[in-house]
Design a protein around this ligand. Structure first.
Ligand SMILES: *Cc1c(COP(=O)(O)O)cnc(C)c1O
Length: 500
């Protein structure tokens, strides 16, 4: 018996439903166990896409150094290489060749002493963290080999850094059992003091790590002075403590903007340098680089030789398989932009950072902690944090769509809390101006809002009669609400009339 056209199979009915009325989207999906049954691909796509809408907008995420915009042409290259496993070097010799070209370009950019027919020693990684693990391992192994040959104990290696190091150094220390000796920071000095660093060096120090572009403020550490002081100390003691430069962010800034700043392989003690391809290397997340001064600085027994994919392939990475796209995208940026292109982009970032700094200084409320030379970062602290904090400013900026992190400085300067804006390629002048005016609005709003901070006993008596500072006068909740409403009303009216 033929079915009447109105009676359909349930499967069919599902196919006819519009996406949001289908049962797949109407029911909740299991979150912690794998669902029993399959669902249609368009439903799966929709469900995930929609949940992701609640993530922040990457380009408004001013917390991160990591690239959030690339030219559309590179998307094609990335998509076309998504299914290429980078480790299959024999199968994808061209991809391997591109990574080698990138290593060589970076080594030259960092002034590695490479002879005419020599190739640079280095490797592509997932990011600077992996690069630092590898560099750290090389130092540790070299130190151990030397100590063994001298018949000295080799079980207590340490590494000297500033207390401002990125967390990956702490990871390296803990994962690979190396003691981390941190140079303390002090108020007004948020980078490693080379003199204090060299004082901490002893016979068990595998290397001193300097940062080109401190994560906290963007400031460059003085690698040249460190090299001088350490050379002296090595001479006195007979040790040969080397230097690593963590140029995660600054490695693609300094060569273009401060070519005369000597921080790289021009300094004899600098044996390895890492840089994040996905920061100012201008590639989407998933690529970093480490280069060594010479073959001698990378102990042989850390390099594995695999041949089951074809010919002999040396590898020195923590992971085996990974994607190729980011390496290819890095090569794209190098040949597409060239030195000229990178220089232009970095100059523009610095200019936007400068404009933002000036605007922020004009409010009279902030101290700017970032220096003029460094990574384009604007780190600021409140001049007066007795009523409100940078954490509240960060919260309020979220309302305007901005993600600007606030954090306390490391131990010893923990009482200093900062707000940090990272300027990336895609942060245009008009966005900088908009952010500036939104920060001003937040500051005005905070002047109205009561302080959420516990009042210090000494302050309480002065509050009621301090009428000069209206934000210090106790107000009723109703009054505050009315003022806040008035504030938002003014803002909306301003927008209508085109004022910013
Ligand atoms: C970002 C950063 C790292 C970590 O780099 P990833 O590429 O994110 O792994 C290490 N050191 C410094 C100074 C950094 O800025």
């Amino acid at each position: 018996m033929a079915l009447s056209p109105r009676v359909r199979e349930p499967e069919n009915r599902e196919q006819l439903c519009c996406t949001f009325a289908s049962r797949y989207v109407r029911d909740s999906v299991p979150k912690f166990t794998m669902p029993e049954k399959s669902i249609p691909k368009d439903a799966a796509y929709q469900i995930i896409n929609d949940e992701l809408m609640l993530d922040g907008a990457p380009r408004l995420n001013l917390a991160s150094f990591v690239t959030t915009w690339m030219e559309p042409e590179v998307d094609k290259l990335i998509m076309a290489s998504l299914n290429k496993n980078y480790v299959d070097m024999d199968e994808y010799p061209v991809t391997t060749e591109l990574q080698n070209r990138c290593v060589n370009m970076i080594a030259h950019l960092f002034n590695a002493p490479i002879g005419e027919d020599e190739t640079a020693v280095g490797v592509g990684t997932v990011g600077s963290s992996e690069a630092i693990m590898l560099a750290g391992l090389a130092f540790k192994r070299k130190w151990q080999i030397k100590r063994k040959s001298e018949g000295k104990p080799y079980d207590k290696p340490n590494i000297v850094t500033g207390a401002n190091v990125q967390v990956c150094w702490e990871k390296f220390a803990r994962y690979f059992e190396v003691e981390l000796k941190e140079v303390k920071l002090s108020e007004g000095c948020y980078v490693m003091d080379p003199k204090k660093a060299v004082e901490l060096v002893d016979e068990n120090t595998i290397c001193v790590a300097a940062i080109l572009g401190s994560t906290l403020t963007g400031e460059f550490e003085d690698v040249k002075l460190l090299n001088e002081l350490l050379t002296e100390k090595n001479k006195e003691t007979g040790w040969d403590t080397p230097i690593h430069v963590d140029a995660a962010s600054g490695g693609f800034i300094a060569p273009f903007l401060s070519p005369d700043l000597v921080w790289d392989f021009r300094l004899p003690l600098v044996k390895s340098i890492n840089v994040s391809g996905h920061k100012y290397g201008l590639v989407y997340p998933g690529v970093g680089w480490v280069v060594w001064r010479s073959k001698d600085d990378l102990p042989d027994d850390l390099v594995f030789h695999i041949n089951y994919l074809g010919t002999d392939q040396p590898t020195f990475t923590l992971n085996f398989s990974k994607g190729s796209s980011q390496i290819i995208a890095q090569y794209y940026q190098f040949i597409r932009l060239g030195f000229e292109g990178y220089k232009n982009i970095m100059e523009n970032c610095m200019e936007n950072a400068r404009i933002l700094k000036e605007g922020i200084e004009r409010t009279g409320r902030f101290n700017i902690l970032s220096k003029d030379v460094g990574v384009p970062v604007v780190a600021m602290s409140l001049k007066d944090s007795s009523q409100h904090t940078v954490f509240e400013i960060s919260d309020h900026l979220r309302r305007f769509g901005w993600i600007v992190p606030a954090y306390s400085m490391p131990p010893d300067v923990q009482h200093v809390a900062v707000l940090r804006v990272v300027i990336r390629e895609d942060f245009s002048r008009s966005l900088a101006e908009r952010l500036m005016s939104d920060i001003e609005k937040v500051v005005q709003l905070l002047d109205i809002l009561p302080s959420p901070l516990p009042l210090k006993a000494a302050n309480v008596s002065t509050i009621a009669n301090d009428s000069d500072h209206h934000h210090k006068v106790k107000k009723s909740e109703m009054e505050i609400q009315a003022e806040v409403l008035e504030f938002w009303k003014r803002l909306v009216d301003g927008r209508r009339t085109g004022a910013c």
